[in-house]
Design a protein around this ligand. Sequence first.
Ligand code: MG
Length: 254
Amino acid sequence: MKKTYLRCRIQGKAHVGILEEDRIYSLTGSLFQNPEKGELLGTLDQVESWLPPTDPSKVVAVGLNYRDHAREVGLPIPEEPLLFLKPPTSVIAQGEPVVYPPVMTKRVDYEAELAIVMGRTCRSVSPEEAFDYILGYTCANDVTARDLQSKDGQWTRAKSFDTFCPLGPVIAAGIDPSDLEIEMLVGGKVVQHSRTSNFIFPVNVLVSHISHVMTLEPGDVIITGTPAGIGPVNRGDVMQVKIEQIGLLENPVK
Ligand code: MG
């Protein structure tokens, strides 16, 4: 059964909640252990600000996981997932601004991505076991200083500026991630549009692969690559990542 979790501030207090239609209920237990619905906290229009839906110890990112994007950048289909990391300090919430770095870069790009949120400690699991370790899914924007990606030869600086990993607004649990529509809109105009059925490596294969490299902790995030249509943003633009069954992640560029 689908469940929707969120973290937000209502009347000055931070809450982890369960969303049902527009009503937010408190969570008894924790997100990672028997989360159950508690008392009514309020409704969506009473949310003062959003918090990232999870505080990951790490964000593991996958480069080149859509066939359409591999074609777009003229690269062969990879034989195994290409991994990199984004630091937890890059994570921001729904509505928070992505800060355009004032020095170092002259091109900042959006990348709409499906994010996996881990629910249990996960090490060396098989693709068949992997779904048991996933809590749910959220929207991510893998913001990238594109000019630094090629200049540096590796991706740490390009991917790691503060605010370069918007996540949210909610975690959708109990959904099938294998064929979800995913879009990026900039200023209301669709610039990326694909489906997760175009993944080169499906969700459970990614989790299994990464778990053979590093231990995944509850709350850790895997962002699963971006589809074709990457491009730059400017200060003042509003970016929106829209994923079927999850929601709309909106962040301005400042
Ligand atoms: Mg990416």
